[in-house]
Ligand binder design. Structure first.
Ligand code: IMP
Ligand code: MG
Length: 180
């Protein structure tokens, strides 16, 4: 084990790379039907390693941008998000592919998807490296998922615990000793 804080590796670096190749091929075939430009939007910070692994497999023209959002949980109506960093340019008339690290309750992507349609995007799709369906609280699914995982807290490959472990090249389960 490369990191003593990791109880076990859930998804290896090699598995992620292979899955990204498959996803990129699926996405390319989907986007080939559109004449509108493709804008890939990474949700900061967790999507960064996944987005870079995925986008280098694309052969179709695309632009990239980033957005940082935080969701209001509890009090407000489901799906309110605060935009902490917005896009640099308009996404009006573009196909938008939102890249996320993990979908848990679903609140973040549900709200973000609506934001992009309000901004005038022609088509909005979500690709998430991980999906924890057992955590879902709102009715939304990613359009493309890398791996479906059990309801455990994971870190690595962009995912953090208190801003740490994002740099790990694999997805692993954090040892309970770290947060107990
Ligand atoms: P939700 O789908 O709105 O609940 O939000 C998903 C967000 O919660 C992700 O973008 C992560 O930032 C965070 N998150 C959910 N589960 C995990 C996990 O197991 N490890 C690290 N972050 C997580
Ligand atoms: Mg996130």
């Amino acid at each position: 084990m490369e990191n003593k804080d990791i109880e076990r590796v859930l998804i290896s670096e090699e598995q992620i790379a292979n899955r990204c190749k498959e996803l990129a091929a699926e996405l390319e075939s989907y986007y080939s039907q559109f004449k509108e430009p493709l804008l890939i939007v990474g949700l900061l910070k967790g999507s960064v390693p996944f987005m870079s692994e995925l986008m280098k497999r694309f052969t179709i023209p695309c632009e990239i941008d980033f957005m940082k959002v935080s969701s209001y949980v509890g009090t407000k109506s489901v799906g309110d998000v605060k935009i902490n960093k917005d896009l640099d340019d308009t996404c009006d008339g573009k196909c938008v592919l939102i890249v996320e690290d993990i979908i848990d309750t679903g609140k973040t992507i549900k709200a973000v998807k609506r934001v992009f349609y309000n901004k005038g995007a022609t088509d909005v799709k979500i690709v998430s490296l991980l999906d924890k369906p057992e955590g879902r609280k709102v009715d939304i699914e990613a359009d493309y998922v890398g791996f479906t995982i059990p309801n455990e807290f994971v870190v690595g490959y962009g995912l953090d615990y208190n801003q740490k472990y994002r740099n790990l090249p694999f997805v692993g389960v954090l040892s309970p000793s770290v947060y107990e």
